[in-house]
Design a protein around this ligand. Sequence first.
Ligand code: FMN
Ligand code: SF4
Length: 520
Amino acid sequence: MTCTIFVPRDSTALALGADDVATAIEAEARRRGIDLRIVRNGSRGMFWLEPLVEVATPAGRTAYGPVDASDVAGLFDAGFFDGGAHPLSLGLTDALPYLQKQERITFARVGITDPVSLDDYLAHDGYAGLRRALSMAPGAIVQEVIDSGLRGRGGAAFPTGVKWKTVLGAQAVQKYIVCNADEGDSGTFSDRMVMEDDPFMLIEGMTIAGLAVGATRGYIYVRSEYPHAIAALNEAIANATAAGYLGIDVLGSGKAFHLDVRKGAGSYVCGEETALLESLEGKRGIVRAKPPLPALSGLFGQPTVINNVISLASVPLILQKGAAYYRDLGQGRSRGTLPFQLAGNLKYGGLVEKAFGVTLRELLVDFGGGSASGRPLRAVQVGGPLGAYLPPSRFDTPLDYEAFAAIGAAVGHGGIVAFDDTVDMAKQARYAMEFCAAESCGKCTPCRIGSTRGVEVMDKIIANQDRPQQIHLLRDLCDLMLAGSLCAMGGMTPYPVLSALDNFPEDFGGSDAAPDQKAA
Ligand SMILES: Cc1cc2nc3c(=O)[nH]c(=O)nc-3n(C[C@H](O)[C@H](O)[C@H](O)COP(=O)(O)O)c2cc1C
Ligand code: SF4
């Protein structure tokens, strides 16, 4: 009997030696005359266990990890290919608490299937959403997405279906679907995991979007730092095209949808939707003034849906199972699930898909296991480099767009970066200004000049030079950037700066940091 062994091909696993492990398993099986098949699956998202090797057994998949190439001979001695006991054995993968406690609906296939095998995708509910969409009128598809309550997962949380409705209503010969796969936020990797580990899901979501709004062409703009994602997408697109799921006549419907991957230009601001469109057109990535909205005048001046990877990847499930299935999860106006990404100083970093409403504490402690250093957690930054720093007193805040806005924070793309009590929050505030100065597109003064002045002011605060006056100046500068910046790059840089100042005043000279402090 042939045994099936799963060795991930996700970049996290590759970085930790998964290729060497796969090669060692192959060689050892040959040496021992054991017949086995190695499937290169995606990652289960439990990064501290990578490379996580799984074995198909009659009871389900059994996990071993983290496996090093040097462990392979011992695993064979223990009969791991039949699920045999070994110090690295973790039991049935699906029974691992980290996975059991999640609501993996968008990430249901991630880590299970061979990412570039269309047959595997079809065997795991793939393309059921597109088949249903093909039987519906464009307006009905858009309505289904509106009814699901799905909001953009790239950061701004704008209702996805409402955006699509604007594009559907626009008159043009050519419309476009653009996927924002620039994923520049610190500590984020959910887009990358979708592209590397379940690329057909994104392709299917974009095809449904094309049918919904009448767009026949799509582009996936992927950051250049994601070579494995680019390769997986290109292979999956070729397979989908060969099987008639993409091209001039999608599944014989008479409707066309062509899809191409474009490599990004390596700047954080190219993730801002209008700068991305400029870059996609071959120009320098500079933010465009709005209006016009991209929905009316986007790529090459044509009506364009631009959505984040997770927004588009959520669509096949919504079409397959219906809007209510998705909308019934979550709380308030935050419906469905979000794949949270646990990073920074945490014992168990990885991907956790949960319905909105889970608290930060549950994510940090129940899933993350507290700090990796063993020291108390002092701060977490949620929502990327423009997100607020939250102290432990905020850890019971539910992850919900409105609940976060109410405390001056943002859920953003769901990246959560944890820091222990050795962090210096004044240095983190300086870093926020420095990051903005480095990544600013330069179009507007509050961001271009403000961030550079912000670094200078922070340097003076850190050096304890005229602290009260400098802190007053810093608050003033943040007000100006918040109100006067053209886009959220300059407009949100004050979030990490002010939250550090307000929540951790002791790192800025204690009472000097008080909001009502006036210049002497
Ligand atoms: C500086 C900056 C960087 C951004 N980077 C990204 C990014 O990497 N990925 C992303 O999906 N959205 C990013 N956004 C948000 C996009 O402008 C836009 O809101 C998003 O692509 C819309 O898709 P959604 O509605 O599906 O979220 C960024 C915004 C700003 C201001
Ligand atoms: S806020 Fe910064 S990134 Fe945005 S348009 Fe102005 S200069 Fe460019």
